[in-house]
Design a protein around this ligand. Structure first.
Ligand SMILES: *Cc1c(COP(=O)(O)O)cnc(C)c1O
Length: 366
């Protein structure tokens, strides 16, 4: 099998040592395994700068979307009303979740290349007193824009509302002080910046808000409160857990620590991202998001001004040479995306840009 590195924002390229952890078949009920679950939960709290007396962590089977759906369907009750601030496909996905779960909601849509405005959110909250919860995306992976959760948190908490953040592609790649920002529920998953493999999501929860969600859940398997209550007993998951994935994640957390924690990882990602953009610019390839709002996780680039350009040809050419990139996801422009998270270093960025250059040259001479 021909291997390649992933320049996609999760699943992403993991270390050999993380992958090796999955060579063990572990049972789900014994003490070592339950202890691993509890250590993972404690370590996630520490990474979130959240104190155990106010916050707790729930691990939830499934991909990141399962985590988002678990929160929205479990904590926004029938009498509540959710405001979704969306500027990309993942924000729009929250609306789909709200619709299917019959959650009362309103949506504030912003253009994909603009961040949701804290002032507008403040005004919406002022005009509609029925709103009880506000949800938004931190790193909108659709475009790579980094939304200003700090400014939004301020207006949401000042208005006394519950704040829900999808920090799927940013948590551990961007330092987030969950307690200081007073975020009530923050969702991320195993296969993003912590550099584990896909299989579960995790939710950093404000304890008192989680307590209030008792009996609000709309489903059995995604019931956040019940998942927490069971896990809280001794670390045993409510239903079968992805054991291999959990072991790999435990290792990935240790490797994050060895790298120097979130500050060092965030620095590596930022430098990867800066170098990528700088080198692509030298080839005449521009970014879709302006430099003020561009996030450090993934970058959307416009197609080169070359009439011969074809994404599939480029994708195949690059994959043949060891890297997988991503098609664009914004609707109004022809774009592609390159992620720079995972086991990716300076030399990978330089390599992929040189492959890209080679592709453009071979394309021009056609
Ligand atoms: C990856 C991601 C998700 C979850 O996607 P899944 O395919 O369910 O893992 C949700 N939101 C954002 C911003 C993401 O980047």
């Amino acid at each position: 099998m021909k291997t390649y590195k992933l320049l996609t924002p999760g699943p992403l390229t993991t270390t050999e040592t993380v992958k090796k952890e999955m060579m063990v078949d572990h049972c789900t009920w014994d003490d070592d395994y339950k202890k691993i679950t509890q250590e993972i939960r404690n370590e996630l709290l520490r990474l979130a700068h959240a104190d155990k007396s106010n916050y707790t962590v729930v691990l939830m089977q499934g991909s990141g979307t399962f985590g988002v759906e678990s929160v929205l369907s479990s904590v926004v009750g029938e009498e509540d009303k959710l405001l979704i601030a969306a500027n990309g496909a993942y924000g729009n996905r929250m609306e789909e979740i709200a619709k299917l779960n019959k959650i009362p909601y309103v949506i504030y849509k912003e253009d994909y290349d603009k961040i949701p405005s804290a002032e507008k959110i403040e005004k919406i909250l002022k005009d509609d007193s029925k709103i009880t919860h506000v949800s938004m995306i931190h790193s909108e992976t659709t475009s790579g824009i980094l939304n200003d959760i700090e400014a939004v948190a301020k207006v949401v908490k000042e208005a006394g509302k519950v704040f829900i953040v999808d920090a799927m592609s940013s948590f551990a790649g961007v330092d987030i002080d969950v307690e200081d920002l007073r975020i009530d529920f923050l969702v991320s998953s195993a296969n993003k910046c912590i550099q584990g493999v896909p299989g579960f999501s995790f939710i950093i929860c404000k304890r008192d808000e989680l307590e209030k969600s008792k009996e609000k859940a709309r489903t059995l398997s995604l019931n956040l409160y019940e998942q927490w209550k069971t896990m809280e007993i001794d670390g045993k998951w409510r239903f079968t857990s992805p054991t291999h994935v959990v072991l790999a994640f435990y290792k990935a957390l240790k490797e994050l620590q060895e790298e120097g924690g979130i500050p060092e990882r965030a620095k590596r990602y930022r430098e990867n991202n800066k170098l990528l953009i700088e080198k692509m610019r030298e080839l005449g390839i521009e970014t879709y998001i302006d430099s003020k709002h561009q996030g450090p996780i993934i970058t959307t680039f416009f197609y080169p001004k070359d009439s011969n350009f074809n994404f599939q040809d480029m994708y195949d050419f690059i994959k043949e040479r060891g890297y997988a990139i991503y098609p664009g996801k914004v609707t109004e422009a022809d774009t592609f995306r390159i992620g720079n998270i995972g086991e990716i270093y300076r030399e990978d960025i330089l390599k992929v840009v040189s492959i890209f250059k080679e592709f453009l040259e071979s394309n021009r001479s056609k």
